[in-house]
Write a protein that binds this ligand. Sequence first.
Ligand code: SAM
Length: 302
Amino acid sequence: MKIPHIPVLLDEIVEVFKDIKGEYIVDCTVGYGGHSEALLKRYPDKKLICIDQDDEALKFSKARLAPFKDRVIFKKGRFSSHISQLKELDIGGILADIGVSSLQLDQADRGFRFDSNRLDMRMDTNINFDAKQLINSYTQSDLQRVLKEYGQIREYKKMASLIIQNRPFDSAKELSSLIAKHFRSSKIHPATLLFQALRIEVNDEIGELRRLLQSIKNLNISNLVVAIISFHSLEDKEVKSAFKEWSQNCICPKEAIKCECGGDSSLGKILTKKPITPTGEEIANNPRSRSSKLRAFRFADR
Ligand SMILES: C[S@@+](CC[C@H](N)C(=O)[O-])C[C@H]1O[C@@H](n2cnc3c(N)ncnc32)[C@H](O)[C@@H]1O
């Protein structure tokens, strides 16, 4: 079995769940099963709930994890909608390794690549909205918002105008070569940040992460360990600020003169004061791991 995705921060993920309570670990982004397989091997008394919205990834991980089939439940769909339905189960850990898999990025017909004949970028190919619709239909101000917020592109206004003047686009190839003709970039392809922004918008990645964090907070399970790997500074910011808010004892509004909430509102503690990042050796073996950041939180024992 040729495995199309190398899991990042694998040993660190296994370590983070080392003394969890609860029967289940939820892998919100099972992808090609790398993290799930390592957890199943290392913790033989645990069961896994494996979620993904990508049919191809689920098919692969079902085959890969077949030796553990009595301990794995697969769920297709977005993690934000599945998590809130798992209330009744005895959950000890939740893992989310958010972003795209290498197979999604590398396989030309998924339309994430600069040289692809398609312009798609959907992780879930059953949804009705893809990058081609986005690029050919968004208003100038919506396009500017996406390029600015999700791509952090300095020249977002110029790029949005160029796209609007030259649309419609039929393929990623047409779009990326237009951008390469008009923009310069020293280390990366000039369309890298544009493609990142389109992908985040098409899959509502920031919205999904926010809903996931809110659902986990609502579960508020005693002793639950949550580990989230992100690859984008905006995502890391969301995770960092949610964990900070959950850990705070005082939840009075900032402008309050004295504490009126009782000062014991903390839901638990942050396990990673600073995010865990890959070692030089991991980056050398898997350059795609270089921007990954792992943050973890443990809900209090009640
Ligand atoms: C970085 S890969 C995960 C790789 C996995 N940890 C492994 O070891 O193979 C991210 C996966 O998350 C899935 N994904 C991203 N956002 C999702 C969401 N909101 N709901 C469900 N799956 C999602 C993608 O389809 C992709 O397969």
